[in-house]
Design a protein around this ligand. Structure first.
Ligand SMILES: Cc1cc2nc3c(=O)[nH]c(=O)nc-3n(C[C@H](O)[C@H](O)[C@H](O)COP(=O)(O)OP(=O)(O)OC[C@H]3O[C@@H](n4cnc5c(N)ncnc54)[C@H](O)[C@@H]3O)c2cc1C
Length: 417
């Protein structure tokens, strides 16, 4: 009975929010004036040179290798990285460093997700330290409506090899059982703290050979903390052939057990590694054979979440223009308020501002992942951003073209004054 009342209150809250709708026909991701209004001319010039350099694929490969080695042997290149690629894609080295960027985004109604980007820690002390830092992001968010989510990676809170062993259902030693209990405790602490502050918490998706256990842990957390509203959101990588079905199954489970369901929908970041590993080990690749098939599942996942919006909160984590437009249009078609709390658009800091800022200017809820951490520790993240922005994947031409267009527009509007 109590549960029914709580659910009714949640539905009432959703129905009674101020409806923000605008003609979505006017939504244009080509509007570079809005896209880059938060950038000064100097910011734009810096972004131009950065993306120009990154788009030269070989430079990224050689530069990536050189940077890794240089940082390892202590060559003084941290300053260069910090003032270039780090400055563009990260909020800073600490939460305090991120304050200016958080305020800056908030001015344009774009929200922040503080993402402590430490990867592949390997000691219990390191995992505890990461957990404490993520708890500090929750604490920071508590005071601020512009930070509606916390986020973590399970592999940042527990040893990768251990997760792999649990995932494969191998027998654990007594010490490993204790170690895994510690992982669960850390996850629970973050979800509980988020629950207590009314913050939503995103659990990132990772490699397929540790993903089953991540999914299991995420569902456990949903079952515990999503009884009154969706607090915990698990991530579904739609480049995997089985993830649309997982999304639907997990939702059915949530319905059966009476908890709200939370999903972050992404295409997936580890395609090449997944395919290589599958080939090397002689099993079928878990990734769709074509981009079209991934796109189709992504679209269907969005429709599925929209169909069940009374029981689902979801985030479209994408830089894809068509997916973002399709979601925006579909919300209008279904007369869903642009600021419906169950639908968030999200991009990474330093990428696809044309989507983030144009969507937010039309009243949609938008958040940016804002990675932060010591320069050396966020290098794997930065190298992934550099790699996906080489001209091979087409993303740079997208980013670079928009930057060039805006530089030209500013020059012309200066002339016409
Ligand atoms: C806010 C946010 C959060 C994210 N969180 C995660 C996360 O937790 N875990 C994670 O893995 N990734 C995450 N990502 C990254 C995401 O998965 C994508 O790698 C990235 O956003 C590029 O995809 P896209 O949807 O932006 O669009 P596009 O640029 O249209 O799509 C590129 C993606 O399509 C897929 N693809 C490309 N070619 C093929 C092909 N030939 N066959 C099959 N599929 C193909 C790949 O997934 C590729 O990354 C996140 C991204 C954002 C913006």
């Amino acid at each position: 009975m109590q549960m029914l009342i709580k659910n009714l209150i949640f539905i009432w809250k959703i129905k009674s929010i101020k409806i923000v709708t605008m003609k979505t026909e006017a939504l244009s991701f080509e509007n570079t004036e809005i896209a880059f209004k938060s950038k000064s001319n100097a910011d734009l010039r810096r972004a131009y040179w950065l993306f120009k350099l990154i788009s030269a694929g070989p430079l990224v490969r050689v530069g990536g290798y050189f940077t890794k080695v240089a940082l390892k042997i202590g060559l003084p290149i941290q300053g260069i990285v910090k003032n270039t690629i780090f400055k563009h894609f990260c909020g800073g080295q600490s939460i305090a460093d991120c304050e200016a960027a958080i305020r800056h985004l908030a001015t344009y109604h774009v929200h922040t997700i503080l993402d402590y980007s430490i990867e592949r820690e390997n000691s219990e002390a390191g995992f505890n330290a990461t957990c404490e830092e993520i708890l500090r992001t929750v604490e920071r968010a508590q005071k601020d409506q512009h930070i509606p989510f916390s986020v973590f990676k399970v592999s940042g809170l527990g040893r990768f090899d251990l997760l792999q062993k649990v995932n494969a259902k191998e027998k654990l030693s007594a010490a490993e059982v204790r170690e895994f209990e510690n992982v669960k405790t850390r996850i629970d602490r973050i979800c509980k703290a988020s629950f207590e502050t009314g913050l939503q918490v995103l659990i990132d998706a990772e490699y397929s050979w540790i993903q089953d256990i991540i999914d299991e842990l995420a569902l456990e957390m949903m079952r515990k903390y999503n009884l009154q509203k969706p607090i915990v959101l698990n991530t579904y990588q739609l480049y995997r052939t089985d993830k649309l079905a997982s999304l639907k199954n997990d939702f059915s489970l949530a319905q059966t057990h009476g908890f709200y369901f939370g999903a972050k929908l992404v295409r997936g970041a580890y395609m090449e590694i997944e395919r290589e590993r599958a080939e090397e080990n002689g099993y079928a690749s878990p990734i769709h054979a074509t981009k079209d098939a991934t796109d189709q599942d992504y679209k269907e996942a969005i429709f599925f979440c929209l169909d069940h919006l009374d029981r689902i909160a979801f985030m479209a984590g994408t830089h894809n223009k068509e997916s973002s437009r399709m979601l925006a249009l579909e919300m209008d078609r279904r007369e869903i308020a642009h600021n419906h709390p169950g639908v968030y658009f999200a991009q990474l800091l330093g990428m696809s501002d044309n989507l983030s800022f144009n969507l937010s200017s039309h009243g949609y809820l938008v958040a940016k992942y804002m990675p932060y951490g010591p320069v050396k520790a966020v290098m794997p993240y930065l190298l992934r951003r550099a790699q996906e922005n080489t001209s091979v994947s087409g993303q740079t031409s997208r980013e670079l073209n928009l930057i060039i267009k805006e530089i030209k527009r500013r020059k012309q509007s200066k002339k016409s004054v």
